[in-house]
Design a protein around this ligand. Structure first.
Ligand SMILES: [Zn+2]
Length: 86
């Protein structure tokens, strides 16, 4: 016996059931949207990594041009190269 054939529950119950179904659908839609956005963010991140290469400490690794070495204690503070004059 389906719920629709139980008159004792009446209109308010039916209305609440419909409202619940609407909210449930909205929740599922929101969930799907979040998943979609997660995938978009993942794709953007992957594309960004492809463009910028690997990152170091959250900063893009400098690949273009030679390092303008800044030696400190015989080691470049930017790229870690050992000072040739040391
Ligand atoms: Zn350097």
């Amino acid at each position: 016996m389906s719920d629709e054939k139980k008159p004792e529950f009446g209109a308010p119950y039916q209305g609440a059931r419909e409202e619940l179904a609407i909210w449930k659908r909205r929740a599922l839609e929101a969930e799907a949207k979040v998943r979609e956005q997660d995938q978009i963010i993942d794709r953007l991140g992957a594309a960004l990594n492809e463009d910028n290469g690997p990152t170091f400490m959250g900063e893009p690794v400098l690949r273009s041009g030679p390092c303008n070495h800044n030696y400190h204690l015989g080691e470049c503070t930017k790229c870690g190269a050992i000072s040739p004059t040391e």
